[in-house]
Design a protein around this ligand. Structure first.
Ligand SMILES: Nc1ncnc2c1ncn2[C@@H]1O[C@H](COP(=O)(O)OP(=O)(O)OP(=O)(O)O)[C@@H](O)[C@H]1O
Ligand SMILES: [Mg+2]
Length: 263
């Protein structure tokens, strides 16, 4: 990544290279309307390499709309999305993937009649970074599933025959094997029990340490506090505040959510 894409941030993460502080995702002035509904109004935020940036907000505050915009599923009515210094123009899911964004959507998308391996590898043929072939690709899928669940999956099972939790794990594994520079998790812990959630967090933390940027959305305050380096609070489609790790507390975040504090 060139120096023009980095923003100096002295004091953060000493001992790591300059790239560790690079802005991986830069959203500027995002507005999105659906008819009369203003789902997002002038939202700007950045996500740095090697950090988890959580988006917090009540139901309907615009979190998933923002996720769909940065994943190329929806186009913004106004504003720009930059990934690693490159702008997402004429957005499509494919273009977002090519820029290095992988998303686990709130509504888990699996192809029920296709196998576990096919589902994990769905969507990556055209650009998979290491162009793994055949068995190596199946191995990568299996490794991701084992990392997320603690056990192997039958690679030839139809995904429609799996439990809901396993279908979630397939959808998360699909994003992980892409080795994205930005991983987006929209309510991906909602269906998981604590053990499964902890495996996901361990997988996320390993990748964040290696420099991945993560956009995380969750309703659970405790897990959000434990994972986040930064939190942006949305209320009715507007960005109310962005807090750094050392500013985070449940009381503060609840006050922001409830409109008792602005910043
Ligand atoms: N496709 C759509 N058509 C019309 N309105 C939409 C559409 N998608 C979202 N909205 C509206 O935009 C607003 C933001 O919705 P969004 O799904 O982004 O919220 P959210 O913060 O993800 O909520 P939740 O916590 O329930 O997942 C809501 O008022 C919603 O009804
Ligand atoms: Mg949502």
């Amino acid at each position: 990544m060139s120096a023009t894409n980095t923003e100096a941030s002295p004091g953060r993460r000493p001992g790591t290279d300059a790239d560790a502080d690079a802005i991986r995702l830069d959203l500027r002035g995002i507005r999105r309307t659906f008819g009369e509904t203003v789902a997002l109004n002038d939202v700007s935020m950045t996500v740095r390499a090697g950090t988890v940036h959580t988006i917090l907000g009540e139901n309907g505050s615009g979190k998933s709309t923002l996720v769909k915009i940065l994943s190329g599923v929806l186009k913004p009515s106004r504003g720009s999305v930059q990934v690693g210094g490159r702008e997402l123009v004429n957005a499509s899911p494919r273009k977002a993937r090519q820029l290095g964004i992988a998303t686990v959507f709130q509504e888990v998308l699996v192809a029920p009649n296709r196998t576990v391996t096919e589902n994990v590898l769905l969507g990556q043929d055209s650009w998979f970074r290491y162009s793994l072939k055949g068995a190596a690709r199946a191995d990568a899928a299996q490794a991701a599933l084992r990392e997320l669940s603690g056990h192997p999956f039958d690679p030839r099972a139809s995904v429609g025959d799996l439990s809901l939790v396993q279908q979630h794990q397939v959808a998360i594994a699909r994003a992980l094997v892409l080795e994205p520079s930005v991983l987006v998790l929209d309510e991906s812990t909602a269906a998981l029990d604590i053990g499964e959630r902890d495996l996901l967090f361990a997988a996320v933390r390993r990748r964040v340490q290696a420099g991945m940027a993560v956009v995380f959305i969750s309703h659970r305050m405790d897990e959000m506090l434990s994972l986040s380096d930064e939190v942006t609070v949305l209320r009715s489609g507007s960005r109310i505040a962005t807090l750094q790790k050392n500013e985070l507390s449940e009381r503060r975040l609840l006050a922001l959510l409830n409109g008792e504090e602005g910043r």
